[in-house]
Design a protein around this ligand. Structure first.
Ligand code: NAI
Ligand code: MG
Length: 498
């Protein structure tokens, strides 16, 4: 007894001697940028060669506004050259290549992306501002997975569409945004190439660098010249691509405003069009949900990629009976998010992509305060240089407020309440958008009931922001039309006429 008692006392004494750490701040853990070589200047990648641009602009790092490289501001003539190269490559073999041969190129691209993934992840975070842990663990693996997935379809199109004679459309013009630069490139290129089309792709003006580095993968994969052409520049370059006579299909991801303009422009031309536009997703939490799990899903839903996500869960609907505990848990969780250098492996929330986007977020947040919502922002030290916004929660939000209606595309959540499933549904669907939604409940029957009635292209149950190349993604209403991913994602790149 005495021995045992003495042992316990000894343990107890030792425990008291170990000072409890009073400070839980993380030491910085920066990822080295040495792995990636950035050239001073980039041209356009046309017909397998670099074409010198007449006019350039600086692309910067949003974390500190460092100028990274000069890139071309593509003119209509540059776009015309790229389209002509794509047309030649289409007629000159690519469209008639057996699917099994096209698949080999796509498999090669996928493997090369995996091999060079760290290099791409660092460049993506540097040029776009997203945390390295996201570009490393989400953007890069998913981009490679898209190429693997569509490589698998390339020689099976007749099985995908039996008795329908699937054939390529021709030259595809693809315009992509800055929130997932390389992943959106993969979403666009992989199905287009698998189906036998050739491509002219325009990256977003603030994030051209991973697309330009990707040209080196095309070279390594020995993709025939002209099958993929990349022309950088701003909206004017995109508009020139849309206007180009010899493009058979436009695929656009970006703002609803530009999407509408493109649709008007293409009306009556016979060109195929898919639009993936904005969103204002409802994330709905019922009182029987596992709250801690839901809090993680809410945080991932809106603070992932600084909220620069078209399917972000930006409207949180909480059943009234759990409103207080849920908001308390959420606010506590927010105070543990680490905001800062995108290249630091501990960072949860990185830099806002551009000065223009930061202005837009600030303006909408100010409107929320002015209209009467209650704002919560955890204490947070932001870097001095660069573009930053503290993760924000608004409570006391009315349906009519701009922060409940408009896409903010930043780390800003609006919390609303409901009492019954019918009310949750009505409020969730009360939006011009319809890209995604989330439902949190223990009840399977309720998940199915909600999922059937939510007007959203994707409905997540007890999770959020999960992506898989085999699962189609796309919108209702002003979120656009057409699907990317899965078997559905092949269709926009095929024609079935005789
Ligand atoms: P944006 O729609 O202007 O830009 C997206 C792409 O379209 C870029 O490559 C841009 O150069 C190109 N573009 C711009 N004007 C064009 C035109 N007239 N013709 C052809 N291409 C054109 O989006 P922006 O201005 O960068 O962001 C504004 C808002 O749009 C954001 O705050 C966000 O709410 C929303 N947005 C939604 C995205 C999504 O994933 N659905 C992506 C980017 C922005
Ligand atoms: Mg714009």
């Amino acid at each position: 007894m005495r021995v045992g008692g003495g042992f316990v006392a000894e343990l107890d004494r030792q425990r008291h001697e170990v000072a409890a750490p009073g400070d839980w701040t993380y030491a910085s853990a920066p990822e080295s940028r040495d792995i990636v070589h950035i050239r001073d200047r980039y041209g356009y990648f046309i017909d397998g060669e670099w074409l010198e641009p007449a006019e350039t602009y600086e692309t910067i790092a949003p974390r500190d506004e460092e100028a990274l490289a000069a890139v071309g501001q593509g003119t209509p003539a540059d776009v015309g050259r790229a389209v002509a190269a794509a047309r030649n490559a289409y007629a000159d073999g690519w469209s008639s290549l057996p699917g099994s041969e096209r698949a080999k190129y796509l498999f090669r691209i996928a493997r090369l992306l995996q091999e060079r993934s760290r290099e791409f992840a660092v460049l993506e975070s540097l040029n776009g501002g997203k945390p390295i842990k996201e570009s490393r663990d989400v953007d890069l693996p998913l981009a490679a997975a898209h190429f693997f997935y569509y490589a698998g379809w390339a020689d099976k199109l007749e099985y995908a569409f039996p008795n329908r004679r699937p054939r390529p459309v021709g030259v595809a013009g693809q315009i992509i945004p800055w929130n997932f630069p390389l992943l959106m490139l993969a979403w666009k290129l992989a199905p287009a190439l698998a189906c036998g089309n050739t491509v002219v792709l325009k990256p977003a003006e603030t994030t051209p660098l991973t697309a330009l580095l990707f040209c080196d993968i095309l070279r390594q994969a020995e993709l025939p010249p002209g099958v993929v052409n990349i022309v950088t520049g701003d909206g004017r370059t995109g508009a020139a691509l849309v206007e180009s006579e010899d493009v058979d299909k436009i695929a656009f991801t970006g703002s609803t405003e530009v999407g509408k303009a493109i649709q008007r422009q293409l009306a009556g031309t016979g060109k195929k069009l898919t639009l993936e536009l904005g969103g204002k997703a409802a994330n709905i939490v019922f009182d029987d949900a596992a709250l801690d799990q839901a809090v993680e899903g809410i945080v991932n839903g809106i603070y992932f990629n600084q909220g620069h996500v078209c399917c972000a869960g930006s409207r949180l609907f909480v059943q009234e009976s759990i409103y207080e505990p849920l908001v308390a848990k959420l606010e506590r969780r927010l105070s543990t998010l680490r905001v800062g250098d995108p290249l630091d492996k501990n960072t949860d929330v990185g830099a806002i992509n551009s000065a223009a986007q930061l202005d837009r977020i600030r303006e909408l947040v100010a409107s929320g305060v002015e209209e009467g919502a209650e704002i919560y922002q955890p204490p947070c030290v932001l870097p001095e240089k660069g573009y930053w916004f503290v993760p924000t929660v608004f409570t006391n939000v009315a349906q009519s407020y701009r922060i409940a209606q408009e896409e903010i595309f930043g780390p800003v959540l609006s919390v609303l309440t409901f009492r019954t499933p019918e009310e949750a549904l009505e409020k969730a669907n009360n939006t011009p958008y319809g890209l995604s939604a989330g439902v949190w409940t223990e009840k399977g029957s309720r998940i199915l009931w909600m999922a059937q009635r939510l007007r959203a292209g994707v409905v997540w149950a007890n999770t959020f922001n999960r992506f898989d190349p085999s699962s189609p993604f796309g919108g209702y209403k002003e979120s656009g039309f057409g699907r990317e991913g899965g078997l559905h994602g092949l269709e926009p790149y095929l024609r079935f006429d005789e």
